[in-house]
Design a protein around this ligand. Structure first.
Ligand code: IFM
Length: 444
């Protein structure tokens, strides 16, 4: 099974990468890392399937040379990895030298193999001692995040190609503080509004700190869904616009225009921290590139029986992945072209995540993941179409290199191009890995 594209179908210098995140693969119990709020969230009954944690995960902390060899063998150009705050600063403030040493070895390992490092500073492993002081609902965490950024960049920044501050600020804030699905598992509108603002302030403060150090190529990686209304009724269209404002527009509008969307302010505005307007100039300081995480579309209907935002998701009719997410490549094209048209203009876009969880991929041995191959093929065709329509997309990272810890779903959902047998830690490339390897082996 092969893809319908080769490198020559993409612009010159277009980068293909694979992505992972620290808590999902490293093993949080190794190397002097402190507990993060994911360790404590997972240890609380009912939060994570089978009460699984990232304590060992894919044991990447020890097996990273093998994992970098896989990236090289797959002919990928770039590796998007994240640094764990709780590994680098177990109490959130004090450096654990072992933690920085690990990332130092990792980026050297990439250089030895000719792999371009894309760094995500924060992919959700907040040190538990900072959760104790309110985590993302506490303004003081923003300057602490800037200190963390400074520590990481001071050690490995010289070898990093692109840096993003925060992965999926919507998940860090709304999903975790309003919907309660991720750590810290709150369902509280005031906590949600404050975290939605302070996570952006943290981005801004880290950006300022890294600019002062002369670090180039700074961005952020928000997630987007193509949002549609369940019907043509005015109520459903308004519900979809509210969801679009909360999910898609809140972060990107703040980052590019220094404002929050009105439809979201209707509910969240009264709960924002006092004086939030004064932060918006810092939050909208120019970035060098914008990350885009895209998986699916969302269909929204009005639900007058519940409080703001008074809406509910509706299951669509299209093919689903193992997450139950619809496969909708044209939404990817919409997201990319809309971003460029309405928000980011000529600022380069990098797709920092795209991929799918496949069913029945847990039996050790060869995995013939034809659904995943078709998913990638269709999404990369949509991406080329977006470029043809003017979106300045310069790179694409597949989520994910390895099967890994899928947060509240534990190890049950498999997004990897490479299968992981969690008993033996054996890595087995899937058919989709071989398809990338072949497509990327060609010269332009
Ligand atoms: O596994 C996650 C990742 O950590 C963030 N983006 C979505 C992926 C799939 O759910």
């Amino acid at each position: 099974m092969t893809f319908s594209f080769t490198r020559s179908d993409f612009p010159e210098n277009f980068l293909f990468g694979v992505a992972t995140a620290a808590y999902q693969i490293e093993g949080s119990q190794f190397g002097g890392a402190g507990p993060s709020h994911w360790d404590t969230f997972a240890a609380t009954p009912g939060n994570v399937a089978n009460a699984e944690t990232g304590a060992v995960a894919c044991d990447h902390y020890h097996r990273w040379p093998e994992d970098l060899d896989l990236i090289k063998a797959g002919n990928f150009d770039a590796y998007r990895f994240s640094t764990s705050w709780s590994r680098v600063m177990p109490d959130g403030r004090t450096i654990n030298p072992e933690g920085l040493d690990f990332y130092d070895r990792l980026v050297d390992g990439m250089a030895e193999r000719g792999i371009t490092p894309f760094l995500t500073l924060y992919h959700w492993d907040l040190p538990a001692p900072l959760a104790d002081i309110g985590g993302w609902t506490n303004r003081d965490v923003a300057p602490m995040f800037a200190d963390f950024a400074q520590a990481v960049i001071g050690r490995i920044g010289d070898r990093i190609d692109r840096t993003m501050t925060i992965n999926e600020p919507w998940c860090v804030s709304f999903l975790s503080h309003f919907l309660g699905h991720h750590a810290p598992g709150l369902r509280d509108i005031r906590a949600a509004a404050r975290s939605m603002h302070f996570v952006l302030l943290a981005h801004a403060e880290a950006l300022e700190a890294m600019r002062a150090m002369g670090q180039p190529n700074l961005g952020i990686a928000p997630n987007f869904e193509f949002t549609q209304a369940a019907s043509d009724s005015a109520e459903d269209r308004a519900a979809a616009a509210r969801w679009d404002a909360i999910f898609n527009r809140w972060f990107v509008q703040a980052l590019t225009k220094g404002t929050y969307p009105e439809e979201a302010l209707e509910g969240l505005g009264p709960h924002l921290p006092e004086g939030w307007e004064d932060d918006m100039a810092r939050i909208s300081a120019p970035i060098d590139w914008m990350g885009v995480n895209y998986y699916t579309r969302s269909i929204m209907a009005a639900d007058p029986d519940i409080a703001w935002p008074a809406l509910k998701p509706v299951t669509g009719p299209l093919e689903k992945t193992d997450m139950g997410w619809e496969v909708y490549p044209d939404g990817f094209r919409h997201v990319l072209t809309r971003l460029a048209r309405d928000y980011t203009g000529d600022t380069p876009l990098i797709v920092t995540e795209n991929g799918m969880a496949g069913p029945g991929e847990d039996t050790p041995g060869p995995v013939t993941d034809s659904q995943r191959i078709a998913y990638y093929d269709a999404h990369l065709a949509a991406l080329r179409q977006a470029i043809a329509e003017g979106a300045p997309v310069e790179g694409y990272c597949s989520w994910s290199l390895l099967d890994n810890y899928e947060w509240a779903f534990g190890y049950g959902k498999r997004f990897g191009l490479v299968q992981v047998d969690y008993e033996t830690q054996t890595r087995t490339p899937k058919a989709s890995f071989d398809a990338f390897k072949k497509a990327l082996s060609t010269n332009r």
